[in-house]
Design a protein around this ligand. Structure first.
Ligand code: ADP
Ligand code: MG
Length: 321
């Protein structure tokens, strides 16, 4: 099967590539065309996943397809953008029909029921790597950036933290656990659910936002820097799932929540007077700290002591001591 037949069969024919929504022209021409309403901004973000770096060598292609799209699309949620579509630049070591079929089905599973359409891409031969570019829209001026937090705002998260980091030894086959623990943790690693609806609900309310990909402390550092203030995280307030605490114990579960990655849960700052209405509307919001004058991110224990750990998350290219 040649490149063009491959694209047609596994991607252009996929249910998630069928026309609709804001996609005026999809796969097959030199560019896709996306329709934006008057006064809308296009939100764009790219993520690359490399085999052996971002996912284990030889991992299940269906799960990989799901996870790749979720990880990329989570950035749209973090901006408060309404999802439109995505492109897929796929580099494959060889043609493998069953791998492509399963990967494409995994992408489709994550896109199913939502507006995200596959609108184009590129297909090349080489070491396995996946680049997804996602597109969404926000009303001009309404996007949730990292830069608007104010001292006195609450620091909030949109769900339990640390599950995906806790799942990593299960993903890598280094540990095992009973189904009641393994299943929920593995689901959070392989199919995180981008918080699109929460992101849109926070437009005009949250003062700054991002999605947690590198651990709460590290990612809060981005808000603190961009907003020119300090964020304090209270360890006792971290939302932890029962499965994570059962698997790791409380201390390691907290560490996973603070410095593990791959949560794809929103973290945002919120003027305090908006909290009760959002919680009353049923949004899964937990207050984990607050913004104060200063700089950086600190972790506070139950007695108010500063217990900030030295290493805060994963960075490519960072020198190891
Ligand atoms: P060009 O040479 O103009 O860049 P290509 O020959 O690479 O176009 O691709 C042909 C069409 O197929 C384009 O519309 C492109 O966006 C789409 N395409 C290529 N690879 C993929 C893929 N992996 N998934 C989805 N669409 C793809
Ligand atoms: Mg091309």
């Amino acid at each position: 099967m040649g490149e063009f037949e491959l694209i047609r069969h596994y991607f252009a024919a996929a249910p998630c590539a069928q026309p609709g929504g804001a996609v005026a022209l999809g796969i097959g021409d030199d560019c896709a065309l996306l329709a934006l309403g008057a006064g809308e901004h296009l939100a764009v973000s790219t993520d690359t996943l490399v085999e052996g770096v971002h996912f284990p060598v030889g991992c299940d292609p269906f799960l990989l397809g799901q996870r790749s799209l979720a990880v990329a699309a989570s950035d749209l949620a973090a901006m408060g953008a309404t999802p439109i579509g995505f492109t897929l630049a796929l580099t494959l070591p060889q043609f493998a029909a069953s791998w492509l079929q399963a990967f494409s089905a995994g992408l489709g599973q994550m896109a199913a029921g939502g507006p995200l359409r596959l609108v184009g891409g590129d297909t090349t031969r080489g070491p396995l790597s996946i680049t997804l570019t996602v597109f969404g829209s926000t009303p001009a001026g309404a996007a949730l950036t990292r830069g608007g937090a104010r001292a006195g705002d609450l620091l909030c998260v949109g769900g339990p933290l640390g599950d995906a980091a806790g799942a990593l030894p299960l993903v890598l086959g280094q540990r095992s656990a009973g189904a009641e623990v393994a299943e929920p943790l593995l689901a959070r690693y392989w199919s995180p659910a981008p918080q699109f609806a929460l992101g849109c609900a926070l437009r005009g309310l949250a003062s700054a936002a991002l999605d947690i990909s590198d651990g709460l402390l590290a990612d809060c550092g981005h808000i603190a820097l961009a907003s020119g203030l300090a964020l304090q995280v209270e360890r006792a307030r971290l939302p932890l799932s029962n499965a994570l605490v059962a698997f790791l114990g409380l201390d390691a579960a907290r560490d996973a929540a603070l410095t593990g990655g791959d949560d794809y849960v929103l973290a945002f700052t919120l003027p305090p007077h908006h909290l009760s209405a959002l919680q009353a509307a049923g949004w899964p919001i937990t207050v984990v700290g607050c913004a104060v004058v200063g700089h950086g991110v600190s972790l506070i224990d139950e007695r108010g002591q500063d217990i900030t750990p030295p290493v805060r998350g994963y960075q490519h290219f960072r020198e190891t001591p």
